[in-house]
Ligand binder design. Structure first.
Ligand SMILES: [Zn+2]
Ligand SMILES: [Zn+2]
Length: 408
């Protein structure tokens, strides 16, 4: 039973969920999203008492990842909405942004959309006080008036199709463009039709970056651009951002990855060469992170990991294996005797903290200092010798990935 008219144009695969709901608002002659959401709640009330309250009354809270808890109720509400609209199942779920169970570079939270994980920090959002704009491409709006999901991405600043800069401000009244705040896809509050706005040509570097956020470039030699997995490309970008500085733009990323991995190995080599001069204690008393910072933790580009290793993680593991090989154990401690933490060992061995504790209890990994009986090692304290962890990893073969001990 279709209770609402579904828009004449089906949801586009690159359309945002909010955009599609706004099209439902206008095609059903509601004045605002608020009216629609009220009507939807009423209808859902009879269908599913539990889920009806989960349907958000404000469009800016519509997407699933905004749900504070119990996002499964919201999923159910969305499923019910599909039936109210007479849409095929999962039509709306395909374009929704979900909370993801994965993390990028060890700790950055992610959202998930149709098979891809995206760092949450890449999604344009409202900052306290000032409204961040949600820019548009006037030429895209002219062709088909709906909001493209990629316009929500901070690193996406130009339109790949029309090779022009996205516009952030209304040319007539200069106010920030934000279709969610204004509840209008192609009209500014002042009445200006944004599809008529003029555009400026995009720069080459911006275009290449924007391109990397939507499609793979098979012909490119750049390791970032030719990665098959979009999720892997996103995690390389956030890794790059973390490495440069949190607020830095991603402008240099394309050039950086064009030199990969030689430039990465050179940076690491420089750290290794100068390590001894920075020491306060002997190598075998010094945590790895004292010299290399969060290098190992950040290299967990994705967790849980994919079957295919992330190229950044693979490059670092290759470097660490070589470091241990080239610095064999001698009487005098060397750089390969530095101490890694439970958290770092878990990244090197592609496993969980629990497994590392188990390897320790079983005597496979030994602590560099005496632990009190039954006391759990603090996960970020440097305790295991890098050499031992790498040698243990190598004992499974160079490409081994996964669990080292059974959980029972
Ligand atoms: Zn465009
Ligand atoms: Zn305006």
């Amino acid at each position: 039973m279709a209770f609402l008219f579904s828009p004449t144009a089906r949801a586009f695969s690159d359309e945002s969920l909010e955009s599609y709901l706004l099209r439902i608002v206008s095609e059903n002659f509601f004045d605002s999203y608020h009216q629609l959401s009220f009507a939807i709640r009423e209808a859902l009330h009879d269908l599913d008492f539990e889920a009806h309250g989960a349907f958000p009354l404000e469009i800016k809270l519509l997407n699933i990842y905004h749900a504070k808890h119990n996002s499964h109720f919201r999923m159910r509400a969305l499923g019910l909405l599909e039936s109210l609209l007479g849409l095929p199942r999962h039509e709306l779920q395909k374009i929704a942004l979900f909370k993801s169970n994965r993390t990028f570079i060890g700790r950055a939270v992610a959202v998930h959309r149709n098979g891809t994980d995206i760092p949450l920090s890449f999604i344009r959002s409202k900052h306290e006080g000032n409204i961040e704009s949600l820019p548009v491409c006037p030429l895209c709006l002219f062709e088909e008036p709906y909001i493209r999901q990629e316009w929500h991405l901070k690193p996406y600043s130009v339109c790949v199709k029309h090779q022009c800069k996205l516009i952030h401000h209304c040319p007539a009244c200069q106010s920030s463009i934000n279709y969610i705040e204004n509840e209008s896809i192609s009209q500014c509050l002042c009445g200006f039709d944004l599809s008529k706005a003029s555009t400026n040509e995009a720069e080459k570097a911006e275009l290449t970056l924007a391109q990397s956020l939507i499609e793979r470039d098979l012909s490119s030699e750049n390791v970032l651009l030719n990665q098959a997995s979009l999720t892997h490309r996103y995690s390389a970008l956030i890794w790059y951002q973390k490495r440069s500085c949190d607020s830095c733009s991603l402008g240099g990323a394309i050039e950086y990855f064009a030199q990969w991995p030689d430039n990465f190995y050179q940076e690491l080599e420089l750290l290794t060469q100068t390590a001894e001069s920075k020491l306060i204690a002997l190598f075998n008393r010094t945590p790895f992170r004292f010299i290399y910072g969060d290098l190992i933790l950040n290299s967990r580009c994705l967790f849980p990991e994919d079957k295919e290793l992330h190229f950044i993680h693979a490059a670092l593991m290759h470097y660490l294996q070589r470091l241990v090989e080239e610095n064999p154990k001698t009487k005098r401690p060397n750089v390969a005797d530095m101490l890694v933490s439970v958290a770092e060992a878990a990244v090197i061995l592609s496993t969980t903290h629990e497994q590392i504790y188990r390897l320790y209890q079983d005597g496979i990994l030994t602590s560099s200092f005496k632990q009190k009986v039954r006391q759990r090692i603090e996960p970020h304290l440097g305790v295991f010798y890098l050499r031992q962890v790498i040698e243990y990893k190598n004992s499974f073969g160079i490409d081994w990935q996964g669990m080292y001990l059974s959980a029972w």
